[in-house]
Design a protein. Structure first.
Length: 222
């Protein structure tokens, strides 16, 4: 089943409660929360306090994507704030397996994200510790970037790896996905699709979410 994860980074924070309510009503599956520290990526977003406040606005799965160095220092804070899935970057910590185990010990699902230049093969030895693989289809740090076609190849490779070593693992894609390519990412194996500006930049975000879901569902059964 395809799951749609609107990225709140692209929402209007002057009316965030209304934006969350509208995409909840439209059937968003996850709410994607991009956490940036100004070190791993050049941008800075929010910390656990804001996520804790947003948690009061929705019962949807909170999908926290930590684009921060040394995530092991903060995962407990994000779990206490209400994150259900905590995804770290392979490139952001020395002891990947240890941090994944730490996330699971806190009762959250453990995700691992790969930058565009990091090969999928790097995950072979941690597949038993992973609940979600996130393939970045842009270089992380900013919303509104163009989709990098190499992500399609990496999605297919990740799908094969999941099938071989951990069939319960989810496969997520993030960056530059919208009407023009959502069918291709589904055909390549993605089942959780993060979209920010493609949804919140539309004239009617709930209607756009529903339309994108229809496109993804058609691709999934073709």
């Amino acid at each position: 089943m395809i799951r749609i994860a609107p990225s709140l980074l692209s929402a209007d924070f002057s009316r965030i409660a209304q934006d969350i309510a509208s995409i909840d009503a439209a059937g968003a599956d996850y709410l994607h929360l991009d956490v940036m520290d100004g070190r791993f990526v050049p941008n800075i977003t929010w910390g656990p306090k804001i996520i804790g406040d947003l948690r009061k606005l929705s019962t949807r799965t909170f999908d926290a994507h930590l684009m921060i160095v040394e995530p092991e220092r903060y995962v407990a804070d994000f779990r206490r704030a209400g994150a259900d899935i905590i995804t770290i970057h392979y490139e952001a910590t020395t002891h990947v397996q240890r941090v994944l185990a730490q996330i699971r010990s806190l009762g959250a699902k453990a995700g691992i994200a790969l930058n565009p230049a990091t090969p999928v093969s790097m995950l072979v030895d941690v597949m038993e510790d992973v609940d979600l693989i996130l393939i970045m289809s842009v270089n992380p740090g900013f919303g509104g970037q163009s989709f990098l076609p190499v992500a399609l190849k990496k999605l297919r490779e990740a799908r094969d790896l999941i099938g071989e070593l951990n069939p319960a693992c989810e496969l997520e894609v993030d960056g530059g996905v919208g009407r023009s390519n959502i069918e291709r990412v589904v055909e390549a194996g993605a089942e959780v699709i993060v979209m920010g500006s493609s949804i919140f930049g539309a004239a009617d975000p709930p209607a756009e979410l529903r339309y994108l879901r229809e496109l993804a569902a058609l691709a999934a059964v073709s």
